[in-house]
Structures are given as C-alpha cells and as structure tokens.
Design a protein around this ligand. Structure first.
Ligand code: NAD
Length: 489
C-alpha cells in the first residue's frame, strides 16, 4: 500500500470519527504498511491534514491535545504491529539513556524522594513493562470450527498520573498503552509538571525518530483540576486510567466513563516467631526506605510477634534503621500529622535527616529509615504517610498480627508482606488479606519483579480490580468466529 492510500485512510477515519465521536480502534481492510523505521514521517503524506502542532506532545489547550491524540492513534493503527514493536523498542532505548536525568529532574521538580531510587524505578518500568507480545490471542477449536479472541485498542486513553512516581509512570504507561495500540493524553500532577512533561517530550521524540506518529503521548502544558475534569468526561477519550489517592479514584469511578482506578495503599508487613529475623530486617529496611517510602507498595507498618520483637528491632538497627523513642514519636507526630489527622504534605517524600531535624535530631547521612514502636491506633500505623518512618506494633501471636494487618490495610486491596518459615501461614494470610500484590519473605519490590519473577507495573488497580496493569489491561477483547472452518483435525 502506498503512502497516498495510507494518508487517505487516516483522513477518512478521522473524518468519520469527528463526525460520529466514536472509537477509532481498527481500520477495516487496511493492510499493514511496510514502513522502514527510518522513513521520515513528519513530512510524509500520512500526516498531511492531520492535526498535529504542540511541542513534542505538549499542548496549550486540552482540546488540541485530545484531537492530536485521536489522529496519532489512527496512524498507529494503520502502521500495524511491527511498527508498534519498533516504537516500543525505541521508547525503551531512550528511557534507559534518559533514566538518570529524568530521575534527578523528578526530585528537583517535586522536592520528594531520591534520585538513585527514582532511577531504579525508571529502569524497572523500562525493562519490566511487557510489550506487544503481551497481547497473545486466545483460540478455540472443535468440531464446529474455530473462534479466536484478539486484544484490540481502546483508542485514546486519558491517564491521570501521580507526583510520587512521575517519570516512571510515563515510561510504564507509554510502553504498555502504546503496545496495546492506544494513544495517551496525560493529566500530570501539577506538583510534578516539569519532570512529567520532559518524560513525555523525550519519549515522543524517540517515537518519531523511529518512524512512528507524532503525539502518541500528549499532555496539556498547565494541568488543573478543570483540565482533569475535561479529560475525564471527554467523548473522544475512550478509557480513563487514574493513578493516585482516594480523591482521583472516586472522581474516575464516578466519571461515567470506563475507568481503571489505582488508589492508595497502606501495606502491612507481618513478622512471626519462625521468620529468619536478620533477613526479614534487611528486607523490610530496604523496602520501607525505598525512594523515601513514596511508592504505594512500600512496607508502611510492621506487626511483629512479641516473642521476637526485640530481636527484630535490633536487626533492623543493624540493617541501617534509626530507632527513635516515645518522646521523639510524640514530637514528630505533632509535626507530621495535621490537626485533621492526615499526613503533612510538606514532609511527604523527605529524607530521615530532614524529618528528624524537625525535632532537633541529627542523624548520619547513611540512615535511610526511621523506626519506632507505637500502638496500633497511632496515625503512623493507620495513615499512608509516604515518609521513611516505619511504625512497629507488638502483637501476641500470628493471628493477632493478621487481624491488625487487615485493619491497617483498610480494604485498599493493595499490598501486604509476611516473613515466616510457615507455608501454611503464607497461604492463610494471602487468602485473608485479599490484596493485589502479596510478598512472602522478600522486600515489597519483589511484587513488581525486583529480584523476583513477573512483570513490572506502575499502576496497581485495586478499586477496579485489574491489579498490576499491563498491555492487555489496556485492550478490549474482540471475538471472531469461523463456524465450520479452519479446524484441521
Ligand atoms: P493525587 O491523588 O494527589 O494525584 C494523582 C493525580 O490525580 C494527579 O494527576 C492529580 O492532579 C489528579 N487528581 C487528584 N485529585 C483529583 C480530582 N479530584 N479530580 C481529578 N483529578 C484529580 O496523588 P499523588 O499525591 O500524586 O500520589 C500519591 C497517591 O497515589 C498515594 O495515595 C499513593 O498510594 C497513590 N498511588 C497509587 C498507585 C497505584 O498503582 N495504586 C501508584 C502510585 C501512587
């Protein structure tokens, strides 16, 4: 098929879309064009007459961003699966090359977290997010012929992203959503705007360099609650993905649009009397201190069986945690918890040194985590602090630990961790806590493939049930039946 024909199809589908407001997911009868990755797209007839503009995907107006995204998705569909693979490979290459710079930009932009750990998250999103191979079709054959089920794109996805993982979420969504044949209009968190937009820009450039369409990833330059609401209700947006706290989850789920909502977590970690305590301590300190505890999957409170509590606390100190006393906890609570009982946003993602200096304590730079003993009801246990402070609660036995852990998880269905030598307890806790991510005898990162098996995701959709999102999550299933045909046995 020549370029003029591709161009004609793009124009035709866009015209139909704009007239009807429907989903552009597949161009009937359009064969896959054999494009060379080096073919210059910007000046080709494919883009002629198609809304583009913007600055590497960044637009001043939300309508322009959405219209450009519609056009980009049509072009992606016409270009076919091989081009999707080429685009995803280019995204991975650029994301790896830019990983450190984007991580440093995210810290400078938000004032939260650690550049070294944000680089790890960027790399995890780059290497661990599945590509188009995730869309393996399903096939049924029998005496009556054959039926197959394919994964088709939704079209344009509106994705609201958090300030806690700004650049890694763009990389993860870019790979997974484009792999599934979609384009994306991002609604970045205003507190992480510079780093989020820069991630979108560099990935768009990589896509275009690889021969893909411009504006597969778009955003508005200055996001507000108003533009987020437009994105959530716009007729040309076919799927909404909200990654953030309770408020955005509620807004997405009541938007009237198909939504994938990934909300807060408050992951408990249990340590019982059979656990390998030095290893448990090392794993918990590594997990709870990661990026100053900002990832939603981090260990956020610990329930330890009384008989091993002293030893666990000692091992945690050996692993680099700093233990504070009851008076320190009282002083810190007054600063870190607001009058209405919620975390003080000024301290979210700050280092142990910054947190402790607020109560006049000075600790060495190599301290990554603050630990303290509290009662179960304390806000350091019940609130999702997103700070490198781990509250430890002594419990009488394993059962008491499970009950307290389930209460602290608040039914978010997010993440839970256990350290035990008893397989029956791993099974029992996993069944009772009913979370999307569960780790036994490892740090929280294992749930997303760090030094463990399985793919990575930056969106863990508990409220709507998809769990760790991947390309097939961002696809619709289409079924094709061939009664009496193609059964060869
Ligand atoms: P946030 O809820 O403040 O913001 C997330 C996004 O939603 C931003 O783009 C923001 O602009 C938008 N937003 C917020 N309220 C909105 C509303 N009422 N209407 C429309 N848009 C709205 O979250 P954050 O502070 O950026 O991120 C931290 C939170 O996100 C934590 O609770 C963390 O656990 C959670 N989180 C969850 C996951 C997951 O996969 N489940 C991943 C990362 C972060």
């Amino acid at each position: 098929m020549d370029e003029a024909r591709i161009s004609e199809i793009v124009r035709q589908v866009l015209a139909e879309f704009q007239a009807g407001g429907g989903t552009v997911a597949k161009v009937a009868g359009a064969p896959v064009p054999q494009r060379s990755p080096a073919m210059p797209l910007a000046s080709s007839p494919v883009t002629a007459g198609v809304p583009s503009g913007g600055n590497d995907g960044i637009f001043g107006d939300i309508e322009d961003a959405i219209n450009a995204s519609v056009a980009a998705q049509v072009q992606l569909t016409v270009m076919g699966m091989d081009m999707r693979k080429t685009i995803v490979a280019a995204i991975r290459q650029t994301a790896l090359a830019e990983s450190r710079r984007l991580a440093e930009l995210a810290v400078a932009d938000t004032g939260m977290g650690r550049a070294d750990h944000k680089q790890v998250k960027n790399d995890l999103a780059t290497n661990g997010t599945p590509g188009p191979e995730d869309l393996e079709p399903e096939c049924f054959t029998g005496d009556h012929g054959m039926t197959f089920v394919d994964y088709a794109p939704f079209g344009v996805i509106g994705s609201l992203t958090p300030c806690t993982n700004p650049t890694s979420t763009i990389i993860n969504h870019g790979i997974a959503m484009i792999s599934a044949g979609n384009s994306v209009v991002f609604g970045p968190h205003p507190a992480a705007i510079q780093s989020t937009l820069e991630a979108i820009r560099v990935l768009n450039r990589a896509i275009v360099r690889a021969g893909g369409p411009p504006n597969l990833l778009t955003s508005i330059a200055e996001p507000t609650l108003r533009t987020a609401k437009i994105l959530m209700t716009h007729p040309k947006v076919n799927l909404l993905v909200a990654t953030g706290g309770t408020s955005v989850v509620k807004a997405a789920m009541t938007s009237g649009k198909r939504a994938i909502a990934a909300g807060p977590g408050n992951p408990p970690v249990i340590v019982d009397e059979t656990a390998d305590l030095p290893k448990a301590a090392r794993d918990i300190v590594a997990g709870a201190s990661f990026d100053n505890n900002m990832p939603c999957i981090c260990e956020k409170e610990c329930f330890v069986v009384q008989s091993v509590a002293d030893r666990l606390i000692l091992e945690m100190q050996h692993a680099g945690a700093y233990l504070i006393n009851r008076q320190h906890v009282d002083s810190l609570t007054k600063i870190l918890i607001t009058e209405d009982g919620h975390p003080n946003r000024d301290y979210v993602g700050k280092s142990p040194q910054v947190l402790l200096s607020a109560i006049g304590l000075s600790v060495p730079a190599n301290i990554d985590l603050v630990i303290c003993e509290t009662v179960e009801e304390h806000p350091f246990v019940q609130e999702e602090l997103l700070m490198p402070i781990l509250a430890i609660v002594r419990v009488s036995d394993y059962n008491a630990a499970v009950e307290a852990a389930i209460r602290a998880e608040h039914g978010f269905r997010h993440t839970a961790i256990i350290h035990t030598a008893r397989i029956d307890r791993i099974t029992d806790f996993a069944k009772r806590v009913r979370v999307n991510l569960f780790v036994a005898n490892g740090p929280c990162g294992a749930a997303l493939g760090t030094d463990a098996e399985g793919y990575s995701a930056m969106t863990i959709a508990g409220p709507t049930g998809e769990g760790a999102c991947r390309p097939r999550t961002f696809s619709t299933r289409r079924r094709v039946a061939l009664p009496g045909s193609l059964r060869v046995l």
